[in-house]
Design a protein around this ligand. Structure first.
Ligand SMILES: [Zn+2]
Length: 581
């Protein structure tokens, strides 16, 4: 049985195929909202029925009635009917970038393709290139995107797994006798995608902890249950392992399972040079090539201190120069979580966001922020009714009026101005100059060759009105490789024109990536950490952006929106002496 979110998404696709102008977006937003709310949706329905569902973000009356039917009967009649008429694995196939609803309909009607296996057969037989509107190039691109999707499956987005791991840790930590319970691995290093969950606990009651672990409601199957290690598969398909270790070696186990592998190899070399040996059970003296006495390793700090090193934050343990920096005691003071004070990329219901500016302000406040920039799309994105110069001015007046009423919160006038094919911008310079914050970004022609794409982006950020390049590479994890850009050239241009590069924290974007952040920081280019919020719930993505900044060795000073609104505006004013108010 598909999940409620899958069903709503399929409705969106069906309406798209049917040519409905508004329903596809309404259903897509509802699907996203249901995903974000998780089990809260059912709780809301239980206490307040249809009426309470309508009060949830992104859910209108007719969708609320379908959700009600789903919870009451376990089915939605209209869904079952549609499924018979169009028996296509929409959820599976739309994981491939570039396969939109209209394509699915075409592939089904002309070639009878209903799932991934049939699509693959169609590709190997080269049946797809001969469809009207396709061709060799588009068939090749589809094959490439399919391969990319398959390569990345089995890994999960950090944003999906982290809340789950936090829940598990919270549940296990409450069991009497448990002293410590944490997760390690790629999750602790905050990699953008995670392959599995490694948990480590110390406890006086190991049997009880293992019983509780395998009985968690999230668990779908138990691979193995033992006294010191158990392994399960969770409902979303990810594996989780729990190890119970003695208190006195907790630091060694945590260090070992945090990794990454290269970091640990270099650390073991360092230990050997001090006639010590390091493994998951501890740090030991080497005596005649045999393991001797175990040294203190209850904490990671014990181990690194014994190796005469600072303890590198998990986010930068990648087996590169963090080892040298820890050794020479020159590790950077990474930007702490909670440093971002305002969100500089927010979409509202003026374009493709789900909520009004006022509702986004309320949500941003609740998330602990003190300002946001409204950055709706511009007219080049006609299908979401992007704003033109007149509408941007009108929105500015609405923001002025709102700011007069707000206390302790500031709304900045901004834009996510489209970068056109030739690197020109989608709004007049005079409009851009009237805004507090100008972000620019690419939303079309993702496949231009490297030289042309780089020139396009560099030209856009050379416009003196531009403050920030949003989601610079445009990659979508598991779906789109991203623009073929010469990042060195983009970073150099950002430096020259004093344009910030965005870390877009929207989970499947995570764009810039850590390596680009590192290069930007080294070049002295400023960063902005934004959520790209399209619903009030999206402000929760900020810590994921902060994690990418940390992985790229960024400090507070590198990120412009760690400043207060007042300081940020003063900084921008100084940067471009052209602001008209
Ligand atoms: Zn965008």
């Amino acid at each position: 049985m598909p999940t409620l979110a899958d069903i709503l998404y399929e409705f969106s696709v069906w309406h798209e195929i049917g040519g409905s102008p508004f329903k596809p977006r309404a259903y897509a937003l509802a699907a996203e909202s249901v995903t974000a709310l998780g089990s809260d949706v059912k709780d809301t329905w239980r206490t307040g029925g249809v009426k309470a569902l309508v009060a949830l973000p992104g859910i209108g009356r007719s969708i609320a009635e379908k959700i009600d039917e789903y919870f009451r009967t376990g089915h939605i009649k209209e869904y079952d009917m549609m499924k018979k008429r169009f028996p296509v694995d929409i959820t599976g196939l739309t994981r491939i970038e570039g396969l939109g609803p209209k394509h699915l309909a075409e592939l089904y009607r002309r070639l009878g393709i209903t799932d991934l296996a049939m699509l693959k057969r169609g590709l190997t037989r080269h049946e797809i290139r001969s469809l009207p509107g396709w061709g060799v190039k588009s068939e090749e691109r589809l094959a490439k995107n399919l391969a990319l999707m398959e390569r990345s499956s089995g890994r999960h987005l950090l944003s999906e797994i982290l809340p789950m791991a936090d829940d598990i840790v919270a549940i296990l930590s409450k069991i009497p006798g448990v002293r410590r319970c944490v997760y390690a691995g790629s999750l602790r290093r905050r990699q953008e995608t995670v392959g599995d969950i490694d948990l480590i606990a110390t406890t006086d009651t190991p049997a009880r902890v293992m019983d509780a672990f395998v009985a968690l409601p999230l668990v779908e199957a138990v691979h193995e249950k033992g006294k010191t290690r158990s392994s399960v598969r969770l409902r979303n398909g990810i594996d989780a392992d729990l190890r119970v270790v003695p208190d006195e070696v907790f630091g060694a186990t945590l260090q070992y399972f945090t990794g990454d592998k290269r970091h640990n190899v270099l650390l073991r070399e360092r230990a050997l040079s001090k006639r010590l040996t390091l493994n998951e059970y501890g740090l030991f003296r080497l005596a005649k090539k045999k393991m001797g006495e175990r040294l203190a390793c209850a904490t990671e700090e014990d181990i690194y201190a014994r190796l005469d090193m600072e303890t590198p934050p998990p986010e930068i343990r990648g087996g590169g120069d963090e080892i040298e920096a820890a050794w020479t005691k020159t590790l950077p003071h990474l930007l702490p979580y909670g440093s971002v004070k305002g969100d500089l990329q927010v979409q509202t219901d003026w374009t493709d966001g789900s909520a009004s500016i006022g509702d986004m302000v309320t949500a941003a406040k609740a998330a602990g922020l003190s300002y946001l920039a409204v950055t709706d799309h511009t007219k080049a994105l006609a299908f979401i009714h992007g704003l033109d110069d007149v509408q941007v001015k009108k929105q500015g007046r609405a923001i002025d009026a709102l700011n007069r009423k707000l206390r302790g919160f500031r709304v900045l006038k901004g834009t996510e101005c489209d970068i056109l094919r030739d690197g020109g911008l989608d709004l007049k310079d005079s409009t851009l100059a009237s805004l507090d914050w100008v972000g620019v970004s690419v939303h079309s022609l993702f496949n231009l060759p490297r030289k042309a794409q780089t020139a396009r982006v560099v030209k856009a950020i050379a416009n003196p009105n531009v403050d920030c390049l949003f989601h610079p590479t445009c990659r979508i994890i598991g779906k789109r490789e991203g623009l073929d850009l010469d990042m060195d050239e983009v970073i150099a241009a950002a430096k020259k024109h004093r344009v910030a590069l965005e870390i877009d924290a929207y989970p499947d974007r995570s764009d810039l990536r850590d390596i680009h952040v590192r290069a930007a920081v080294q070049a002295g280019v400023k960063l902005a950490i934004d959520t790209d919020a399209h619903t009030p719930d999206h402000f929760r993505f900020i810590p994921f952006g902060e994690a990418i900044a940390r992985r790229g060795w960024a400090t507070t000073a590198d990120v412009v929106n760690t400043k207060s609104a007042k300081d940020l505006l003063a900084y921008l004013d100084k940067k471009r002496k052209r602001r008209v108010s």
